[in-house]
Structure formats: structure tokens, C-alpha cells
Write a protein that binds this ligand. Structure first.
Ligand code: ADP
Ligand code: MG
Length: 478
């Protein structure tokens, strides 16, 4: 690699290679209009005229683009798009959105030979096209659920790391099967796809298949009906990396468990990788045959828990980036603070907010976000969280959040801490002990004392009372 490259130089070099690999007509249509805009480390940003243009490049030329980027910028080289959008909201200047490159094509499996006669009239199983010896197995992977888009946090460290290890050496680690478990909307499906995508990128010849357990069970029932269970089994035994999502769905379904048991054994014995997800760990799975449960325990079970605040903010930022959206920081913070148990729900809130804003042609403000969250999460008995209270109090007094959570005895910090405790007791259902734990590891007596101090001060000190009133307004969601 040459030193001190600039975006124009890099793009020129890319164009030279591209020109040799596409028709002149395609080159003029799809590559001449591209303007290189920025080189940031190993990330080249190119500007394209429309979203359609972006999709066309991604669909048709991404493999070539990836190759030339790698050649020019090294293995870590990446491509980003910037798209000029007409701004229909305020008829001012157009704005640009940034989008990452996806590379859908790389997720395709090469055709696989089937050890069965597929030339019979009847369609043997849902994946097989009659008259073809080689069949195309759609990997069913979603390119936006990649490792790049999966935010790491304490909540997912083990699961992510083991997924990563499996992706680098499918079938060759002790994590076989890898079972990822956790509650609804915490990223099981995302992580399962990410492993599959990474395997396809590193080992293009491996046949990867993602399938929901429900679909698997239905295919099996159809196979029984059509007397093609052998084909069904053969089909699954051809897969190199089998990802089955939500295996808890198999519980109580004895026959499905049976057939899966056989497929599992075959794959495992042949060094193929199996990745499973479930809403519970194996020990808590009901209605599952013992022999299958014991297989699940052969490898590694890794859990996903609810992400903490920083991780939630990072996830929202990733999502926005993936969709080419920018939002005011306070809005992102607010969403992350107020929706704290389910990532899918938080994303839903983000999407609703975007839809609302574009339908009503309103700017996305904190006010709008508050109204929307109020409607959107009404049914989940939402309460203001201790974290949110601390954040609002810190912003108000212009203190860093870490100081509030520390043990420092500085006067202004002590006061802010006491106020946080006071509002936490008043506005959340948390126990005194829990509130104390969040505020610098205090015990319940300290919290009680803080609440009394705040009440007393508000009765005697006018200035202090006005602080409290301001804060209460900020904390109450209209
Ligand atoms: P599950 O399968 O556990 O119910 P999903 O994988 O469908 O959950 O995740 C729900 C949503 O939350 C998805 O859109 C996913 O991208 C997002 N998500 C969850 N965890 C993360 C994370 N750590 N980083 C980025 N996005 C995440
Ligand atoms: Mg899921």
C-alpha cells in the first residue's frame, strides 16, 4: 500500500480495475456518475445520485466493488455511500444520507448436489426444483444482521465472542452446537444471522442455511404428508452450517424432535456446525426429549441479557446509521433512557417516530419523541427509570454522570445525588436499597435520609424549591 492516499487517487485506481471488468455501457451508466467524497482511514465514501442507484450497485456490482476496495485499501477497506436526498420538509438545501455497503450477493450458496433423484414429477421437498440435479439452497440470511451492526456490551459479550469464534472456524471449535438463549427482542436472531454472514464471507463454499424452527417443523409435516421424509432428512444433512432459530418451538413435538435428533447427529459427526437459539437455557426447556437436551448441552450455551444504557444508545445510533438517518442526540438519549427492556421495542419506537415525523412533516424534537413514546409504550406500564432521573439531574446541574454514581462527598455532588434519590423514590417503584445501589452504593437508610433532607430543604429554601420544580417538569412526560 502506498502512503498518504486521498479519496480521488483511491477511486481513480478503483475505476481502472472496474473498467476492465464491466461493459463500457455499464461503466458509463453506473460508475462515471459516482463522486468520491472522503477517505477516512480505511473507509472510502462515494456519493451516488439516488437510493435506487445505491441499491443497483449493491445488487449488481458489490462483489467487484469489494474486491477493488480491498485491493486499494487492504483487508480492512470499507465502502460507504452518501446519497443526496431532496429535502421535502423545509424546501431548503438537499441533505445527504450515509449508508454502509451490504454485500447481499456474498450470502448466496453455490448449488448443492442432492443424493436423490429429483427428476420425478412430484416436488420432493420445498427446496428442490424438479429437473435439476444441483439445487440452490437459499441461505435466508439477512445482510443487515451482521456482526458490524451488532453492538457489543456486557449483556452479550460471551454470546458474541463465542459466535465470533464459531464464525471463524465453523465446526472446528468446542462450541458445537452453539446455543444462544435470551428473552424476546434481545438479539438472538440478529446474532445467529451475523454468524452465518461471517461464515459466508470467509468460507464462500460452505452451504449455510438459516431456518426458523417453525418453518422446519412445517416442512417436516409436509414431508410426512407427501411421503418424502427421506428427502427432507437428506436435504438437511447436506448443509454445512445449520442455524435453527427459536428451538423452544420444538417442545412437545415428539416427531419433529426425533427427526431433528437424527439430522443433528449426522451433522455433528461430520464436523458440521450447528447454531441454535432459544428463549430459555436447556435446563429450563419443557417438553423436550432428554437425549436432545443432552445434545444441546454438548457445546456452549451463551445468554443474551437486556443491554445497559450505553449499549442501547449505541444500538440506536447503529440503526440510524444503517438507515441513513440522523437525529438530535437528546432524542436518541431519551429513547434509550425510556425504553429499557426490549431492543425490538426501542427500535419500533424509533421507526414510529420517523414515520410520524415524515407523515406530519414535523421536525423530530424531544417533544415529539416524548409524545410518541408515551403512546407507543403506554401498555407496558412504563415508569421513569433511575438512570433517566440521574441523567436529567446531572444535565440540569451540569455534572458528569460518573461523578454522581461515584462516592465523592463534594457538596454540589451530594446534593444532586440526594435529589436523584428523592425523585427515584417518588417516581419509580424501586426499593430504597436499589436506589442506593444506583447512587454510589449507598444503603437504604442513606436513601431515606436523602429524601428527608430534600423535603426539608424544599420547605425552607426557595431557590432549592425552584430547582425541584424545574426538574419535576423535566421528568414528567407530557
Ligand atoms: P430476538 O431474536 O432475541 O427476539 P432480534 O435478534 O430479533 O431479537 O433483535 C431485535 C432487534 O433488536 C433487531 O432489529 C436487532 O437488530 C436489534 N438488536 C438486538 N441486540 C442488538 C445489538 N446488540 N446490536 C444491534 N442491534 C441489536
Ligand atoms: Mg428471534
Amino acid at each position: 500500500m502506498k502512503m498518504s492516499k486521498n479519496h480521488e487517487g483511491v477511486w481513480d485506481a478503483c475505476l481502472k480495475v472496474i473498467k476492465d471488468n464491466v461493459s463500457l455501457h455499464a461503466f458509463k451508466t453506473w460508475f462515471e456518475p459516482i463522486v468520491p467524497v472522503k477517505l477516512d482511514g480505511q473507509v472510502l465514501t462515494i456519493q451516488v445520485p439516488s437510493h435506487f442507484f445505491y441499491e443497483w450497485l449493491e445488487e449488481n456490482y458489490i462483489t467487484l466493488l469489494k474486491k477493488v476496495i480491498k485491493k486499494e485499501l487492504g483487508a480492512e477497506g470499507r465502502l460507504e455511500y452518501s446519497i443526496i436526498m431532496e429535502n421535502n420538509q423545509t424546501n431548503t438545501t438537499p441533505y445527504t444520507v450515509k449508508l454502509p455497503a451490504l454485500n447481499k450477493k456474498a450470502l448466496r450458496n453455490s448449488p448443492v448436489s442432492m443424493p436423490i433423484n429429483v427428476n420425478e414429477n412430484q416436488i420432493r421437498n420445498p427446496f428442490i426444483i424438479p429437473g435439476l440435479k444441483k439445487v440452490n439452497v437459499d441461505s435466508n440470511l439477512n445482510p443487515s444482521y451482521s456482526f458490524d451492526n451488532f453492538v457489543e456490551g456486557d449483556c452479550n459479550r460471551l454470546a458474541r465472542a463465542s459466535g465470533y469464534a464459531v464464525a471463524n472456524k465453523p465446526g472446528g471449535t468446542a462450541f458445537n452446537p452453539l446455543l444462544i438463549y435470551g428473552g424476546v427482542g434481545l438479539g438472538k436472531t440478529h446474532l445467529a444471522h451475523a454468524i452465518g454472514i461471517s461464515i459466508k464471507n470467509q468460507f464462500p463454499n460452505k452451504t449455510v442455511l438459516y431456518v426458523g424452527s417453525e418453518k422446519f417443523a412445517h416442512q417436516f409435516i409436509d414431508a410426512i404428508k407427501n411421503q418424502t421424509t427421506n428427502d427432507f432428512i437428506h436435504f438437511y444433512q447436506m448443509i454445512d452450517v445449520l442455524i435453527i432459530d427459536d428451538v423452544q418451538f420444538f417442545s412437545g413435538k415428539e416427531k419433529t424432535q426425533d427427526v431433528f435428533f437424527h439430522i443433528f447427529n449426522h451433522l455433528h459427526q461430520n464436523g458440521k456446525q450447528i447454531i441454535l437459539t432459544s428463549d430459555k437455557p436447556p435446563v429450563e426447556m419443557q417438553g423436550m426429549e432428554q437425549r436432545l437436551l443432552s445434545r444441546f448441552k454438548w457445546g456452549l450455551s451463551a445468554d443474551l441479557s437486556a443491554p445497559d444504557l450505553e449499549t442501547r444508545m449505541a444500538i440506536l445510533e447503529k440503526k440510524m446509521y444503517g438507515n441513513g438517518i440522523e437525529l438530535p442526540k437528546e432524542v436518541v438519549e431519551y429513547l434509550a433512557y425510556s425504553i429499557n427492556t426490549n431492543v425490538r421495542e426501542m427500535e419500533g419506537a424509533l421507526n414510529t417516530l420517523l414515520a410520524q415525523a415524515s407523515l406530519n412533516k414535523k421536525a423530530i424534537t424531544l417533544e415529539l419523541a416524548k409524545q410518541m413514546v408515551d403512546k407507543f409504550v403506554k401498555n407496558t406500564a412504563r415508569e421513569v427509570s433511575i438512570e433517566y432521573i440521574q441523567k436529567v439531574v446531572c444535565d440540569y446541574f451540569d455534572l458528569p454522570l460518573e461523578i454522581l454514581k461515584s462516592k465523592t462527598r463534594k457538596r454540589e455532588v451530594v446534593q444532586a445525588r440526594q435529589i436523584s434519590m428523592y425523585f427515584s423514590k417518588k417516581m419509580t417503584k424501586s426499593s430504597l436499597a436499589n436506589i442506593g445501589a444506583h447512587c454510589g452504593g449507598k444503603d437504604h437508610a442513606t436513601v431515606l435520609h436523602a429524601c428527608r433532607t430534600v423535603t426539608n430543604l424544599s420547605e425552607t429554601d426557595k431557590q432549592f424549591r425552584s430547582y425541584l420544580e424545574d426538574l419535576e417538569k423535566k421528568l414528567t412526560i407530557q
